[in-house]
Design a protein around this ligand. Structure first.
Ligand SMILES: N[C@@H](CCC(=O)N[C@@H](CS)C(=O)NCC(=O)O)C(=O)O
Length: 216
């Protein structure tokens, strides 16, 4: 049995939760916030969420977790059949996380957490994520899913990240940079959000966000 640790405000948590649901893997959720206490650091080396508990031990880093789930539970695959297609899926994910999400993350302090971010940081983030988003668009097919006619790991990763980056850029720049630079996003989101497991993850994300903002 897999235990998923973290909380539903996190896009990386929602990535793993959606993968578990779409792969029909039995799991339980245990709510835990990032922290630097010893018990946490033994399970997740930087105290970050998400991490999972397995019969063999704990595992952190959402991409390592996603690939572990695919290897350990090959039914309902999220990666395509050929080596090249699987690599294209990983290319998309790495591009989105490295060249867009990790940069946009610098806005979250102000966009979501009631802090402030300098104008310099805002300009720098914008300057870097626009080419990132344009590049990502060159990798997407939207037919109707990101890499073709089936849901893949690319969608399981893109959907939670797109949601948070859209929200943050809307708040900081008054304009959703994801929608502005990825034509076809609105129809894609409709396709994704017609899936029952996506709806389930969205529902718990929205409830967790509401509770999180009320605490601020
Ligand atoms: N590269 C990590 C990123 C995870 C991550 O950044 N988690 C955030 C929540 S969304 C966190 O735990 N932040 C607390 C911290 O950075 O100390 C992954 O893919 O799992």
């Amino acid at each position: 049995m897999i235990t998923l640790y973290g909380f539903a405000v996190s896009n990386y948590y929602n990535k793993i939760k959606l993968a578990l649901l779409e792969k029909n893997i039995t799991f339980i959720e245990e709510s835990i916030a990032p922290s630097q206490n010893d018990d946490m650091l033994k399970r997740s080396p930087l105290g970050k969420i998400p991490f999972i508990g397995t019969a063999d031990g704990y595992l952190s880093e959402s991409q390592a977790i996603l690939e572990y789930l695919e290897d350990a539970f090959p039914e309902n695959p999220l990666y395509p059949g050929t080596a090249f297609e699987r690599a294209k899926c990983r290319e998309f994910i790495q591009h989105l996380e490295l060249n867009i999400e990790l940069i946009a993350r610098r806005l979250y302090k102000e966009a979501l957490m009631g802090g402030t971010v300098s104008e310099e940081t805002k300009d720098e983030v914008k300057e870097r994520i626009i080419p990132g988003l344009k590049g990502l668009d060159r990798l997407t097919h939207f037919s109707p899913y990101i890499l073709g006619d089936c849901l893949s790991a690319a969608d399981v990763v893109a959907w939670p990240h797109f949601g948070l980056i859209s929200l943050a850029t809307q708040k900081i720049y008054g304009s959703d940079l994801v929608a502005d630079h990825i034509p076809g996003l609105a129809d894609y989101l409709k396709t994704m959000e017609s899936r029952p497991f996506v709806q389930q993850v969205a529902k718990s994300r929205d409830a967790a966000f509401k509770a999180f903002l009320e605490k601020k």
